[in-house]
Design a protein around this ligand. Structure first.
Ligand code: GLC
Length: 555
């Protein structure tokens, strides 16, 4: 048995919860959520059945991109607390059997990071090569055609040293130069610093982007219109997606594996192609998890979703663990994107997410069916998507302001939704009188109760293992599959559909009323947008230790 085999792959069959710290719970009354709030919310997350939390960026930052512009990789943002608070959070989470993942931003830093400040000092400065600098192109303008995330040239002229520097996002987020060994050394130290403190892993920002083409060749045109294939008519074939990036993950994986409790690397792999997505898992020697954006952007329909699921599972290397999520701080909330706020669809989406094999990631508020909030222009905080359009006026690929999915958690029905005692929270609050934790917690028929039941079933059936997935025949509008010992039937249509009775017992149903019997023997009728989970006929309830084991862990 090699050391990897002896590791506990706790994320198999687990539930991660993305927590946008700034909007979770404000305990110091400044209108921003903080680490004290995360600690105060741990009992709730434990009650819900979460195995690990991924915190949106927590490191010091000037907040040009709300923490995705890091100015110190070894600290805690003063808005959120201190390193001691982070240590306390890790310990408190562990006491409840939960892991803490941080957000790591290795593609770029803030322009206020000491590395960039030094790099900008002179062409000969110690950190000059930590960033990507180049002279003008043949026409005297930027070195090539690359565009940043707002659709403007990805190069800014730096007058004092008379060169351009690269920024794939905002000009205040200069891209790091991964051809420079010093960058590798710096990140090795950063990884170890946090792993040594008991951080269980990282969500890696822009994971497909680290290396840039050494020759800085022009990006080719993008014509499919798929937001994952490119933006602003350009395919980031040379400004990102370079093969050398995989070497970084091989190195990091060796570091992750060197800890007694294997650390988790979860990539924000923003790629259109499932084969490319699969490549980030390598030969079980790169990332253990890679976010599946083709799934996120699939229509909430059949055969679209089942096709992506089947395509993913066919392409992932044997033993690789798929990840299913549908909302985040960039793409918006699935109760809006997929479901138009229709509660039947929200319930069905939760059922599907919770019964697919692999790792499930919830975004804060998914569990109560929180929808996007229309944030008026004057209150918008996100510079990159402000106004919902780019400097080129052709849409920013974010489909509106990203603030819509970053508004405060709706804890109760009071004016500030239990989020803050400040007069004004940093972003406006959605309709907390109709959707909030307090009301739903006490209501066994609520979305929250359904979600909790789903997570509990998931842990019992899938916890600690990768179960098999098998699609089953289904009538038009239906999706049926077997996942481990469970059979799932889902009606993705506004009409009743007749399916074969999966057998007893029906363990969960998205709506209160169980499906009616059909006309023919052995048939059942699913109501519009209804889903059920049953134990597969003949399958036994899982009895092994992993489903019930103590969730404590050692670092
Ligand atoms: C990732 C983050 C996004 C951020 C960008 C630049 O896509 O999820 O929020 O703006 O990277 O760091």
């Amino acid at each position: 048995m090699n050391s990897k085999d002896s590791h506990d792959r706790w994320w198999h069959g687990a539930v991660l919860y993305q927590l946008y710290v700034r909007s979770w719970l404000d305990t110091d009354g400044d209108g921003y959520g903080d680490l004290g709030g995360v600690i105060a919310g741990l009992d709730y997350l434990s009650w819900l059945g979460v195995d690990g939390i991924w915190l949106s960026p927590t490191m010091p930052s000037p907040d040009e991109d709300w923490g995705y512009d890091v100015s110190d990789y070894l600290g805690v943002h003063p808005d959120f607390g201190t390193l001691d608070d982070m240590d306390r959070l890790i310990a408190e989470a562990r006491r409840r059997g939960m892991r803490v993942l941080l957000d790591l931003v290795p593609n770029h830093t803030s322009s206020a990071h000491p590395w960039f400040v030094d790099a900008a000092g002179s062409r000969g400065s110690a950190h000059r090569d930590f960033y990507v600098w180049a002279g003008p192109g043949p026409d005297g303008g930027p070195p090539n055609n690359w565009l940043d995330a707002t659709g403007s040239p990805a190069w800014s002229w730096h007058e004092p040293t008379k060169q351009y520097y690269l920024h794939n996002f905002l000009p205040s987020q200069p891209d790091l130069n991964w051809w420079e060994p010093g960058v590798h050394e710096a990140f090795t130290k950063i990884l170890r610093f946090w792993f040594d403190r008991g951080v269980a892993g990282f969500r890696i920002d822009v994971a497909h982007g680290l290396y840039k083409d050494a020759k800085l060749r022009d990006n080719p045109a993008e014509t499919t219109g798929n937001p994952l294939a490119g933006r602003f008519g350009q395919q980031p074939a040379y400004s990102a997606n370079r093969p050398e990036t995989h070497d970084v993950y091989r190195d990091w994986r060796r570091i992750a594996d060197s800890y007694p409790a294997e650390r988790l690397l979860l990539g924000e792999t923003w790629v259109a192609d499932l084969a490319r997505l699969a490549s980030f898992y390598g030969n079980d020697d790169q990332l253990q998890l890679a976010f599946n954006f083709p799934f996120v952007f699939a229509d909430f329909a059949v055969p679209d979703l089942p096709d992506v699921v089947a395509g993913t599972l066919t392409r992932l290397p044997a033993g690789a663990c798929p990840v299913w999520m549908a909302s985040n701080h960039d793409v918006g909330r699935f109760p809006t994107r997929w479901c138009d706020g229709d509660e039947r669809k929200i319930r069905l989406a939760l059922l599907v997410l919770a019964t697919l094999p692999g790792t499930m990631v919830l975004y804060y508020g998914d569990e109560i069916g929180m929808t996007d909030v229309d944030v008026p222009l004057g209150l918008q905080q996100d510079k990159m998507s402000r106004g919902g359009c780019s400097s080129r006026g052709d849409g920013n690929g974010w489909q509106g302001s990203r603030d819509r999915a970053r508004t405060p958690m709706q804890w109760d029905g009071s004016a500030a939704a239990g989020f803050t005692r400040a007069a004004a929270p940093w972003l406006p609050i959605g309709d907390s009188t109709t959707v909030n934790v307090a009301d739903q917690r006490d209501d066994p028929s609520s979305v929250l109760s359904l979600c909790r039941d789903l997570l509990s079933l998931r842990r019992a059936e899938f916890g600690g293992q990768l179960v098999s997935y098998q699609p089953l025949p289904a009538p038009p509008g239906g999706w049926a599959y077997r996942s481990g010992s469970l059979t799932v039937l889902a009606n993705f249509s506004g009409r009743p559909i007749t399916c074969q009775d999966p057998g007893k017992p029906v363990l969960l149903c998205t709506t209160g009323a169980a499906p009616a019997a059909g006309n023919a023997a052995g048939d059942i009728v699913l109501a519009p947008w209804q889903g059920i989970v049953a134990r597969t006929a003949g399958a036994r309830q899982r009895q092994d230790a992993a489903s019930t084991r103590e969730r404590g862990w050692n670092t």
